[in-house]
Ligand binder design. Sequence first.
Ligand SMILES: [Zn+2]
Length: 285
Amino acid sequence: MKTVGIDIGGTKTAFALFEDERLLETHAEPTTSFDETAASIVSWCKRRGADAVGVGCTGPLDEELGIVKNADTLVGWFDAPLVPRLQEALGLEVPLVNDADAALLGELWAGSVCDSRSQPVLMLTFGTGVGGAVWDGDRLLKGAQSQHPEIGHILVRHGGRLCYCGLDGCLEAETSGTALNLEAQEAGYRDFAHLVEIGDPIPVFKRVGAQIDVALRVFAHAYSPAAIILGGGMVERYPNAYVTRSVLTPTDAPLLLAPMRIVCAKLGSEAGFYGAAALAMGVLG
Ligand SMILES: [Zn+2]
């Protein structure tokens, strides 16, 4: 059986072809207009004789109708009928999930937490923004009207930096790559990488580590997961700042019945297409 996993991001669309569960081929190209990118997906899948296709896409999405609701990072795609277009052209059912959900499915299937598929697991991704997803041991956790839970917007600092969502002190507004770049620019640097190069990033790293600790305690108590995965470009670049512990024990959080592992994502930027393919194959239930 040939399965294609697609990961549509704001700048790049990644493609992967699997034969049964083996990765055969990958490809990436810039994400352009909806019409062009959808046509490119259809032709890539048809040329490879895909029997199943799954798609992860940067949200927000209406997953029930298969429609893109993102006006910020996918310019011109608002209300784009992604799933109806692909299903009609390919003659296949095409499941669609938020990119954070796709990354978590990828890590469950082929990455850092394969041994915890039957347990609740949570993932946080630190890049331009902060994304997150929750697996309840059997399926992805959804909110009302199938909404994706926006766990990057939990409060970690009262009166903190203003978030694009309208609130202040969100985890995203304090610890994302965008937030750290802003903070560095306010201190006179080009961006955060420049601050790291010629300045002293330790106070920022300490603050980020402490705020992630707040988030981990919140999620440990809210979901009691077996593991929390930390991934994304900022974690890959500055692991010592973002990953300050490998476990949260009942000593740290007395109401936890068992230790909760903190693990680094394994698949990097490939997690999305692994997860989209896993969804199309139905290998995770
Ligand atoms: Zn926010």
